[in-house]
Design a protein around this ligand. Sequence first.
Ligand code: F0G
Length: 528
Amino acid sequence: MSPVANELELAEPHLGGVLSAAGLDAEYVRAAGNTLYLRGADGQEIPVLDFAGGFGSLMLGHNNPEITAYTKSLLDAQVPVHSQFSRHPCANRVAQQLNAILQRELDDDEPYFAIFANSGAEAIEVAVKHAEFERSGRLAALAEEVAAHVESARAAVREGAALAPTEAGARLEAARRAGDAEGFEGLLAALARENAERLARSPLFLTLEGSFHGKLASSVQLTHNESFRLPFKALAAQARFVPRDRPEAVKEIIEEERATVFDLSVEGDTVTVTERDFPIFGAFLLEPVQGEGGVRVITEEFARAIQDACAAIDCPIVVDEIQSGMGRTGAFLASSLIGLRGDYYTLAKSLGGGLAKVSVTLVRRPRYRQDFELVHSSTFAKDSFSSHIALKVLEIMEAEDGRIYRMARERGTKLVTTLEALRADFPDVIKDVRGKGLMLGLEFHDQSTSESPAIQGVSQAGFLGYTVAGFALREHRIRLFPTGSAFNTLRLQPSVYLSDEEIARLDAALRDVCGVLREQDGERLTGG
Ligand code: F0G
């Protein structure tokens, strides 16, 4: 077989074209710490300061020396990587370590069981599937209870009991007539038919406007951005998106969407038709700090509203810490800083230390269904290569009484102070500085009515953030990215090893960007 001779781009060539339009189609040949290296025209390496941080996967930097040395030792020791269906003590140690951290931060003594997976979206998929597994158990128990009530009612009617007139009874009576069946048995047939239909409905998931939980078939339905979600709507259960700015909306939406089944109760010689709620809600998913949606911190008040409303209807809460977790906000879990308690936690990104692809879904014991382990698996999940690396990452994070978390807080504060000073100097250009620790967003004012046709054009196309990123790369050798769904917001997610000098370089680059936007210098911004 001869090698492919032509230069045809086959690996997502369209995406390459889009990146190239913004001047972002760089090829990096090496990476260390917060630096990526481009290969220059004459072969030398050109350093680029990286504030995109692998979209949050590089809390400990590119090719962290301690992690790479450890990884090499694993390979030298011929650690078995794929030994599915055997004992995995290392994965168990990762789970134990995560438990110790969660129990400490959440002040909880329940254990959390761990299901390993390979990517963030997959961890969400696991949470969704597990929640459905657990919900179907609750549905089955409810159906059994109703069936027992039907039997008691049948016996009571045989003994001469009569039906009490109720609104629920009138609704069931209407269903009986629609089915053209006679008498009490006809009513019971209508009840069985109605209930079967209602209980077969897909679960409804709740999440927030601006949420991002991944792009697989079910997780993309929990991702707010319509262009990612709508083409795949038919593939999976749907979500209602709760407005981010109205905590009271949580209860209102639950009230609007709640669903009931018919039931019967017998008291003396009276049979009463009732309607009772069944668990239609699959889960409430949220990111304590929304990442891809524009770096937005969920408030304590909102967290409490979600927690109270979900407790009232026994709806599990999935706390998606895929981006905000692993120490990025200054605590291992960002949710611990706002007093949010979940039934599930998902982690990925930095858990793999920038080298391994690994994610985990943690399920609090009262919700956990161990049979799930027999119906969910992946060839690659829980492999000892990524488990060893994850354990190393946790060891680094927990060392010296959580030095990494303190660094995230301290470096984050320094970075925010710099960004706030920038905003104070350019209030006409910078709209907002948001976030926590080393998960920060810098929002520009809308430029879609800019007097520069070039700036107006890129803004109207939703490319302002990418154009700024292209400018920063070209002119300052700094790698920035907007968040995927908030085009005017740059996401800053450097590693904890961010130096003062690196912050100063970012400051200089952003001051240049702000000057260009203030001057409406479209030509310089777009490089055209
Ligand atoms: N959940 C959150 C909160 C995320 O930020 C992401 C990914 C995922 C789930 C999915 O993880 O990519 O490993 O499948 N966020 C990226 C971003 C893509 O742009 O921040 P994945």
